[in-house]
Write a protein that binds this ligand. Structure first.
Ligand SMILES: N[C@@H](CCC(=O)N[C@@H](CS)C(=O)NCC(=O)O)C(=O)O
Length: 203
């Protein structure tokens, strides 16, 4: 059986969302980042970085949330996974782009703006992150002004990977980016997304 290592309040929320879209059952190691279980030699043998999410799919071990979601959608021949090699490449492109341009930036921005206890917030970190978030949001706004979803008319793994990674953006005002705002609502309004979010909010 598929095993997902990582609590829904970590980047594992992305994989939990994907697994919900695919209708798969899974064993869940509901571990927080840096939890003692992630420090054990057993877990380090699965992921030498000690990070979550990691999956073990019947003996096949994989880390990196974006790679995991691309793998699961392709393996299960999901309609979320593009058949056309060009669209497949674009799904990889958007996943890598998010990791480079937004992944840590949006987390740093929201954590240091409001999510961390006040004494731990560093406004300079929030300000520096925002300077990178704005142009990345502009890129998404312009792409989503051309089509409803990143690869065209339909929701795909590209949307899931980027929108799920923008979890923190759900708590900020996106009205300056109306297409991005509408797309976030459409993506996060999906039943599998809501279920993953509820697991996260329960924490
Ligand atoms: N690029 C990785 C990032 C994984 C990652 O940094 N996970 C965090 C939790 S969200 C973690 O396990 N941190 C533990 C640590 O920093 O030691 C992915 O997308 O899966």
């Amino acid at each position: 059986m598929l095993c997902i290592y990582g609590s829904a309040s970590s980047r594992a929320v992305r994989v939990i969302w994907m697994v919900g879209e695919l209708g798969l059952s899974f064993e869940h190691k509901d571990w927080l980042p840096r939890a003692p279980e992630t420090l054990t030699p057993e877990f380090r043998a699965l992921n030498a970085n000690g990070r979550v999410p990691t999956i073990n799919d019947g003996g096949f071990v994989l880390a990196e949330s974006m790679a995991i979601n691309l793998y699961l959608a392709k393996k299960h021949q999901s309609p979320l996974y593009p058949v056309d090699p060009k669209k497949e490449a674009l799904a990889v492109q958007w996943s890598l782009w998010e990791t480079d341009r937004l992944d840590r930036q949006i987390v740093n921005y929201v954590r240091h703006l409001k999510a961390l206890p006040e004494a731990e917030r560093k406004p300079e970190i929030a300000a520096a992150a925002w300077k990178e978030v704005v142009p990345a949001f502009d890129v998404l706004e312009s792409a989503l002004g051309r089509s409803k979803y990143l690869l065209g008319d339909d929701f795909t793994v590209a949307d899931l990977n980027v929108a799920s990674a923008l979890f923190r953006a759900l708590s900020i005002d996106l009205s300056a980016w109306p297409h991005l705002d509408a797309w976030m609502k459409a993506c996060w309004g999906r039943p599998a997304a809501q279920k993953a979010r509820a697991m996260r909010d329960k924490k």
